[in-house]
Design a protein around this ligand. Structure first.
Ligand code: 13P
Length: 252
């Protein structure tokens, strides 16, 4: 059975002391919540990963990195390798976020390399994709999502898929306050699951968690999360506040 997941992408927010405080608050506020088949993941900035991963060790919270370089090591100033992530206790990495694609020029081809590198190091991947507003307006959204997934993931073996979580994040809904309707999310998630089933098989498609991301907040989470093919959320803004984040975990 696929897991439900609430994952907080902290992006470039929170200093070390703020991160520690937020972890403390999240730990406290999720204490009373029954996490049946539900995973809670947070992705702080690189420099705080080690401390956060230490402080969550005895809790249900898992820690992810927001990015990673595709090479083993070498002269890549400012970059972080898969091995480095593992060495500080991080087992999950977010790849393909639209902000990486848009502001840092990450292409499908580069992301395919990062995916391979993460898998080589047995890191779990939260792989993000999603269309921009023009694609949606021109009704190209299915095509765009299909090519993002095909280009970066469809060279993988069936056995690799146990390391993958998919995150559909329509770019027009990220940080804008505008959310895809629960029906739009369900429609796309069902499309993605069918795509995976037709390339691989229905067992792989049924087992992969597909998260929705884009202005998810306590007020709209229940409705979105209630959709059959929506297995949780990748959360930006609302993950920076413990009460909101735990409300999302309760919602799922
Ligand atoms: P918001 O929840 O702030 O829209 O961000 C979503 C996101 O980009 C998570 O990766």
């Amino acid at each position: 059975m696929r897991s439900k997941i609430v994952a907080g992408n902290w992006k470039m927010n929170k200093t070390l002391s703020e991160s520690k405080d937020l972890v403390k608050e999240i730990k406290k506020s999720i204490k009373g919540i029954k996490l049946e088949n539900t995973r809670v993941i947070i992705a702080p900035t690189y420099v705080n990963l080690q401390k956060v991963s230490k402080s969550t060790k005895k809790s249900a919270i898992e820690v992810a990195a927001q990015n990673m370089h595709q090479a083993d090591s070498g002269a890549f100033t400012g970059e972080i390798s898969a091995e480095m992530l593992k060495s500080v206790g991080v087992g999950i990495v977010i790849l393909g976020h639209s902000e990486r694609r848009e502001y840092f020029g990450e292409t499908d081809a580069l992301l395919a390399q990062k995916v391979d590198q993460a898998l080589k190091n047995k890191l779990e991947i939260i792989f993000c994709f999603g269309e921009v507003l023009d694609d949606r307006k021109n009704e190209n959204h299915f095509k765009v999502v299909e090519s993002q997934i095909k280009n970066a993931l469809f060279h993988l073996d069936a056995s690799d898929w146990k390391y993958l979580v998919l995150a559909y994040e329509p770019v027009w809904a990220i940080g804008t306050g505008e959310t895809a309707s629960p029906e739009q999310a369900q429609e796309m998630h069902a499309f993605i699951r069918n795509l995976v089933a037709s390339k691989y098989n229905s067992a792989i498609a049924d087992n992969v968690s597909i998260l929705y991301g884009g202005s998810v907040k306590p007020a709209n989470a229940k409705e979105i999360f209630s959709k059959e093919d929506v297995d949780g959320g990748l959360i930006g803004g609302a993950a920076l506040n413990a009460d909101d984040f735990s409300a999302l975990i309760e919602a799922i």
